[in-house]
Design a protein around this ligand. Structure first.
Ligand code: P6P
Length: 334
């Protein structure tokens, strides 16, 4: 019958099977943690969708650790995500874009073996315009012998055990990897379940879209300007198309599905770029690599970076393998 999915696989079922395949060492803790994140995303999706009606848009009159005006939804989203993760009983350390210091879970009844780094509502400057925004998260297991410390999250992104994002737009799309491929789920508001709609996402080897904020061109370093010139004035073939939403989750989601390259480079104005390493760069790099793409600073694999502070920034180029390799060639010839 038209309109009915061939098979209804929920995120819960799919994760349980995925983890069961790991055998005895999977005690279900990561599944429970992902379910807590799933619940958060359902809740945020509802709030984002009804924001205008609930008068949740607009600024809250406070600033976050980044010095950025906090939107009402930023604060609500952060509160919801922190309490849901704490209540899961599976976390030892939390790092939020909205909070200056790392949160240590000290209550022994609620302490777990995972550390979650997250941006509860990325792209929030777009909230008032109804543009797609999203939640981004990465998950580490605490280091051997650790009871939970900041050092557990100051580790290269390649040591993450899972990463994902949920994009709030015409529908809520949750995209997750636990280290063996990337799967996408769409929220069915009717039954309140995330349904598997994009199994085993693979990013095209090469795309036809580039996604940069060209308003920063004045400040771009030479490798970036030369690369952009090469795809706008190609010696053969057609120029690339430009698509830039200004919401990382939306720009990365399109790049994952359609291919191409997303970049937020360091430049003469922003010495380390704008995006945050722990809860934007690492999770998106983890997903893109798991989908067969690449993620680099221009010279270094993002997942190999050793963080020195929880809110540090990182230059980001990610997307289709061939496109990112082309970009890197302009750094090599520098
Ligand atoms: P710009 C949103 O504020 C964000 O953190 C990312 O979601 C997005 O990719 C980037 O900043 C957009 O920055 O300077 O282009 O507005």
């Amino acid at each position: 019958m038209a309109g009915i999915a061939k098979e209804i696989v929920t995120l819960t079922t799919h994760t349980l099977n995925d983890q069961a395949a790991l055998g005895a060492q999977a005690r279900g803790d990561l599944t429970i943690l992902l379910m807590a994140i799933q619940t958060t995303c359902k809740y945020l999706s509802t709030n984002v969708r009804r924001a205008r009606l609930l008068n949740l848009v607009g600024v809250a009159g406070t600033a976050n650790v980044q010095g950025e005006d906090q939107k009402k939804l930023d604060i609500i989203s952060n509160d919801i995500m922190c309490s849901s993760l704490k209540a899961s009983g599976k976390c030892a350390v939390l790092v939020s874009e909205e909070i200056d210091e790392a949160i240590m879970i000290d209550d022994e009844r609620l302490k777990g073996k995972y550390c979650v780094v997250f941006d509860p509502l990325d792209g929030s400057s777009n909230i008032d315009a109804g543009v797609n925004i999203g939640t981004i998260f990465g998950i580490y297991r605490v280091a051997e012998g650790s009871k939970g410390a900041v050092s557990d999250v100051l580790r290269p992104g390649r040591e993450m055990v899972a990463a994902g994002y949920c994009m709030y737009g015409s529908s809520a799309n949750l995209v997750i990897s636990t280290g063996n491929g990337v799967n996408g789920y769409t929220l069915d508001q009717g039954i309140g379940e995330f349904i598997l709609t994009h199994p085993d996402i693979k990013i095209p080897e090469r795309g036809k879209i580039y996604s940069f904020n060209e308003g920063n061109t004045l400040y771009f370093h030479e490798p970036v300007t030369k690369y952009l010139e090469s795809i706008k004035f190609p010696s053969n073939g057609k120029p690339y198309s430009a698509r830039y939403i200004g919401s990382m989750v939306a720009d990365v989601h399109r790049t994952l599905l359609y291919g191409g390259i997303f970049g937020y480079p360091d430049d003469k104005k922003s010495k380390s770029g704008k995006l945050r390493l722990l809860y934007e760069g690492f999770p998106m790099a983890f997903l893109v690599e798991q989908a067969g793409g690449l993620a680099t600073t221009g010279t270094t694999r993002i997942l190999d970076i050793e963080p020195t502070s929880i809110h540090q920034r990182v230059p980001v180029f990610l997307g289709s393998r061939d496109d990112v390799n082309d970009l890197m060639s302009f750094y090599k010839s520098e």
